[in-house]
Ligand binder design. Structure first.
Ligand SMILES: Nc1ncnc2c1ncn2[C@@H]1O[C@H](COP(=O)(O)OP(=O)(O)OP(=O)(O)O)[C@@H](O)[C@H]1O
Length: 241
């Protein structure tokens, strides 16, 4: 369940978008990847998920190379992307069962997993609602629950609470907290409060490079700042345009 990123690089013509990123994310860790717009976060996650080939470097997901053992590496992970894969005209439970089928579960196994996920994500009361009738917050919950249907060892969450109201965000945080320690989670977000609430460790990217890495306490100590926001602003300031 460990993610070992080794000099991972993505270059578009002369533009180096991810620049020799090296980082190890521990098994069961909740890791937050931060950075300003265009820092290279989504590109990094897309490479780790096998959606984008790296220009150079590699990453090992539970020991499987994303370059040389793509199929095996992909089996370790799932992603709840910004654009969700929810079918609007299917109900909540149908969406979950469909995911189960896609991942090759038997009908009984898919039903078992769907019930478990609806329970964890507080979706049971809405199981017969068509997905298109759900609020944005419930949609995001469904999206993460669908990603969990494959029982992934590694889960990537790309801005999971974007556009959610305060309560929906808090509810999803509670749910994500329950996954802590059981699944290795990589989260990208612009909400620093979310990071403070959930993350074991934080990496801050700036212009494709990893500029800071550690627990929030370590980062505050190293930079002698009073808040994660101040750390973030300092780390991303010096070269910002
Ligand atoms: N297909 C592409 N061709 C050329 N440049 C690209 C391509 N895809 C992304 N980029 C560039 O890569 C850089 C990093 O983009 P990326 O989406 O990884 O940033 P991000 O940190 O996820 O930003 P945000 O917080 O805005 O989501 C940007 O400058 C973007 O314009």
């Amino acid at each position: 369940m460990t993610i070992e990123i080794k000099s991972l690089t993505k270059q578009y013509k002369e533009h180096v978008v991810v620049d020799q990123l090296s980082l190890t994310i521990k098994s069961g860790e909740f890791f937050a990847l931060l950075g300003q717009n265009a820092a290279g976060k989504t590109t990094t996650i897309k490479m780790l998920c096998g959606l984008l080939p790296p220009t150079a470097g590699d990453a090992l997901l539970d020991g499987e190379s994303i370059v040389h053992q793509q199929v095996a590496a992909k089996k370790k992970l799932n992603i709840s992307p910004q654009e969700t894969a929810i079918a609007p005209n299917l109900t909540v439970v149908e969406n979950l069962l469909l995911m189960g089928q896609i991942y090759g579960c038997s009908k009984t196994e898919a039903q078992k997993r769907a019930s478990a996920q609806m329970n964890v994500f507080g979706l049971t009361p809405r199981q017969s609602s068509k997905a298109k009738t759900l609020s944005g917050g419930y949609m995001r919950r469904l999206s993460v629950a669908m990603a969990m249907m494959s029982n992934p060892k590694i889960l990537f969450l790309d801005e999971p609470t974007l556009g959610m109201d305060v309560r929906a965000r808090r509810d999803l945080w509670n749910v994500l907290n329950q996954l802590k320690g059981h699944v290795t989670i990589v989260l990208t977000t612009h909400y620093l409060e979310e990071v403070e609430m959930l993350a074991d460790r934080v990496g801050i990217m700036h212009r494709g490079k990893l500029r800071a890495l550690g627990t929030i306490q370590q980062l505050l100590h190293e930079t002698k700042k009073g808040s994660l926001e101040d750390v973030f602003l300092e780390v991303t300031e010096e070269e910002s345009v």
